[in-house]
Write a protein of this length. Structure first.
Length: 166
């Protein structure tokens, strides 16, 4: 149980905005302590899987790991879609069972992103956000979150354009 208490303290440390693990832009685009950065999420998952191995307790399920990857894909600075798989492989040397044919999915993503003139990361965030809401069977707030993702993409493109012109 002491290892569980230590992990709880780690969570509290990560939640404190002063420690630099959190994005300082909220999901709604306003300034303030927002969600954990992808790097922090990866570090916490690594620690959680180590805790599971150390304690022998079933702390996180395979289905929850798939959900984590979905949420990571919809983050403001999204994961590349392989973060959870890589962490599991590094810790256990095992591959995480895949729910989709990744090669075919990536090809379709690239084609759609090119056709719609958006970045692949933005497309993945949009799809992940829709999947996230689809599982809850509630779409309240979905249009606003999709709009925020598209605004983030537009803001990034404007910054890139300004940097190129400078």
């Amino acid at each position: 149980m002491e290892s569980l208490l230590r992990f709880r303290e780690t969570l509290l440390h990560f939640r404190d905005p002063e420690n630099g693990y959190r994005d300082m832009v909220r999901k709604n685009g306003q300034e303030g302590p927002g969600p954990l950065k992808i790097e922090a999420r990866k570090e916490l998952l690594t620690k959680l899987l180590a805790l599971q191995d150390e304690s022998g307790l079933p702390v996180i399920s395979e289905e929850e790991l798939h959900w984590i990857q979905t949420f990571w894909n919809s983050a403001r600075n999204p994961d590349d879609g392989t973060g959870v798989v890589n962490i599991i492989f590094q810790q256990k040397g095992d591959a995480m069972p895949d729910r989709k044919d990744e090669a075919e999915l990536r090809e379709i993503e690239e084609r759609v992103a090119t056709e719609k003139e958006i970045s692949i990361e933005t497309l993945r965030r949009l799809v992940s956000k829709v999947e996230e809401y689809g599982e809850s069977h509630r779409a309240v707030g979905l249009p606003d979150e999709l709009l925020q993702i598209l605004q983030d993409d537009l803001r990034e493109r404007q910054l890139e354009k300004e940097q190129t012109n400078a």
